[in-house]
Design a protein around this ligand. Structure first.
Ligand code: FHN
Length: 679
């Protein structure tokens, strides 16, 4: 066929490609419904990296990133293809373990950043068909999923460390030339492989993109790819990593950015839900996504069950990860956790599937999920902290209780539910049926009428001579009453009109009232009057601070006193660009900070990896550990003048950065300026 005809044909197809970014709310809701109802899925990170299993040249802290974190040349890494032979892989077993755990979908890496495909692709030999295994793993897994009624979904990395046309290269890969690289050709390859994945494996539930953060990717390319995928399977769901709108590991889509269909918090659970926003927290069972044979730091079943419930109570989905071994087996610890979660789900899954977020801002007894039941509402009270005196108190709810019982009680014995002011009190047995989480069902008349307690607003809860405390609420037609002696506010307590002025240590308690009756729980906050740290005299202070530079491999900040610095000198600020290398290094910055006023100061470090900040002899910020950019903060009261300051920092591998900031009633949060630092 002449090229001109092919061009016309392709143009025709592209002209007829539908733009799915403007679907109606009804269309979107219909498409998202199974995923929202599912609440719980299995993430699987599997590939060549399971062969080294986290270990390379003696270091053991690698996983799916091993080609980069161990800087393995391509030719060396490609040798793993001849070793990949997971003869114990059994797709049915994997799917049954997921199903028995209560999971409704499986997201498996069709291609991770290393570029290796777990499926038979006509567009590369760097896939499972070139290995001794020679079986299309995704075909076997998708067949098993279709057989057992589990949605099969693919994780597909945009970033590709193998394909010659992908850019950028890894900065240490100086041996791989870029002059022949053609990113448009890579885009065609990416689309061709996606077409294979969306044509050869039946209905796919979710396309889970990742590796979207490098500067060759863009929102435009993301929107094009979103439509390309939806045109192949119109009902598929696509995460926000198809575009570039993700706000880092917090995972939600930034305002005004294209965000696909759902946000993707990673290794974290948002502090609250986001009404009207779909999101899914993806979390590992231990510390790595890919298999690391030395990582035995598995979260307990209790932690994982409570994570599932916490996420569901905020209206999110939980994507829990397993990194299979090179033999094709789930690690035994993962099998055990899935079994324990499944045991809980067998009796309680009704409180997870198809539920909506809690109407309560927070509950001291645990979490809540809910369902509408005709004219009534069913609340699932996930009780983590079982009441000792047999009274489960549900504050701030005015509905009439209809009935209550324990979900896992096969006899469904009814529990007495009575009212006391704003609260419903449920008489419960002296012992929970499940120590991890016993679910008490409470049916109430009508739509929930819940008044969350007022919020006591304060930037800091310590002060030097006085502090002004605000109390706010988003609840309608209520009045706030408060006390400052720790007692429970009553209808005779002070009405909150203006900020509360405290000049001594006090506990502020606040509660909402309507028509003279309490309608919410009580909020409390302690404010402590403190004596500020004394300043010190410095003879002949000079601008700048001393720095000491170290090299080494740490997973937490070392005791720098026991190490000899590689070099030292004077820096203008906390400047890690003075390093000699990009990985495995640490800094210690020591000097004085000139504090302008007697005040309470909030200090923060934002660092990848760990950091600590000392003011005087006090540890004010502890932000230690192996992590991406993460902020830690602390507060301290200081008198005007010079105070010792020391920042400690280490970087293991990957990204690196350190920011040290200051904030007070007179200073807007900012990186500590050079002119405040002295030696
Ligand atoms: O770099 C990947 C990482 O290997 C893993 O796949 C996680 C899982 O969501 N995503 C990226 C890190 O954000």
């Amino acid at each position: 066929m002449k090229k001109s005809v092919i061009f016309l044909l392709l143009t025709f197809i592209s002209i007829n490609a539908q733009n799915f970014t403007h679907e109606t709310k009804e269309e979107r809701n219909a498409r998202m419904q199974w995923w929202r109802d599912a609440r719980f899925g299995l993430f699987i990170h599997w590939g060549l990296y399971s062969i080294p299993a986290g270990e390379w040249n003696g270091s053991t802290n690698h996983a799916e990133w091993i080609r980069t974190t161990a800087q393995i040349p391509l030719k060396e890494y490609d040798k793993l293809v001849d070793q990949f032979n997971p003869v114990k892989f059994n797709a049915d077993e994997w799917v049954k373990m997921a199903k028995d755990a209560g999971m409704k979908y499986i997201v498996i890496t069709s291609k991770h950043h290393d570029g290796f495909g777990l499926f038979d692709s006509k567009f590369t030999d760097f896939d499972v068909m070139s290995t001794p295994f020679k079986r299309d793993i995704l075909k076997e897994l998708s067949d098993a999923c279709h057989k057992y009624g589990i949605k099969i979904c693919f994780y597909h990395s945009i970033m590709d460390w193998h394909h010659p046309d992908y850019l950028p290269r890894r900065e240490w890969e100086t041996d791989r030339h870029v002059d022949q690289a053609d990113f448009n050709r890579f885009l065609e390859y990416l689309k061709n492989q996606l077409k294979e994945l969306l044509t050869n494996y039946g209905e796919i539930g979710v396309l889970w993109f990742d590796g979207e953060w490098e500067d060759t990717w863009s929102s435009k390319l993301g929107i094009e790819l979103y439509n390309y995928v939806r045109n192949l399977q119109p009902n598929i769901i696509i995460n926000n990593r198809v575009g570039v709108g993700r706000s880092g590991m917090e995972g939600l889509t930034k305002e005004g950015e294209f965000g696909g269909d759902f946000g993707t918090p990673e290794q974290q659970i948002p502090p609250t839900g986001f009404p009207g926003v779909d999101w899914e927290s993806c979390i590992t069972m231990n510390n790595y996504w890919g298999y690391n044979k030395n990582d035995k730091d598995f979260k307990s079943a209790k932690e994982l069950i409570r994570m599932l419930v916490d996420i569901a109570s905020k209206g999110g989905n939980f994507l829990l990860n397993v990194g299979p071994t090179s033999e094709g087996l789930f690690p035994q610890e993962s099998i055990n956790r899935l079994k324990e979660i499944g045991d809980w789900m067998k009796l309680n899954s009704e409180s997870i599937y198809g539920t909506l977020a809690s109407p309560f801002a927070n509950l001291s007894c645990g979490r809540c999920t809910k369902k509408s039941l005709g004219n009534n509402t069913r609340l699932y009270l996930h009780v983590f902290n079982w009441p000792q005196e047999g009274k489960l108190v549900l504050p701030g709810i005015l509905n009439k209780p209809v009935k209550a019982y324990i979900l896992s009680d096969k006899r469904r014995n009814l529990l007495a539910a009575t009212r006391n002011e704003d609260a419903i009190i449920i008489n419960v047995p002296s012992k929970p049926l499940n120590e991890i989480n016993t679910v008490v069902v409470l049916d109430i008349e009508g739509k929930e009428d819940v008044t969350n307690p007022p919020t006591i607003v304060y930037p800091v809860n310590i002060f030097i001579d006085k502090i002004f405390v605000s109390v706010i609420t988003d609840q309608q037609n209520v009045e706030i009453r408060f006390t400052t002696d720790g007692s429970i506010p009553t209808v005779n307590s002070m009405i909150y009109k203006n900020k509360i002025e405290l000049d001594n240590t006090a506990t502020v308690s606040a509660r909402s009232f309507r028509n003279g009756k309490p309608v919410s729980d009580v909020s409390r906050a302690l404010f402590t009057k403190v004596i500020p740290e004394k300043s010190m005299n410095i003879n002949n202070p000079l601008n700048g601070i001393k720095y000491f530079y170290y090299e080494g491999k740490w997973e937490m900040l070392p005791d720098f006193n026991s190490l000899v610095p590689v070099k030292e000198g004077t820096a203008q600020n906390f400047d890690i660009s003075l390093r000699n290398q990009n990985d495995y290094f640490g800094f210690r910055f020591k000097g004085y900070i000139m504090i302008p006023d007697d005040d309470v100061y909030t200090f923060s470090t934002d660092s990848d990896d760990g950091s600590k900040l000392f003011i005087g002899d006090k540890l004010v910020v502890d932000n230690d550990g192996l992590h991406g950019m993460q902020e830690g903060k602390g507060i301290i009261a200081l008198t005007k003048g010079f105070h010792k300051i020391e920042a400690q920092y280490f970087e293991r591998s990957g990204g690196n950065d350190l920011k040290v900031s200051i904030e007070s009633s007179k200073i807007k949060k900012q990186n500590i300026p050079d002119n405040m630092l002295f030696q």
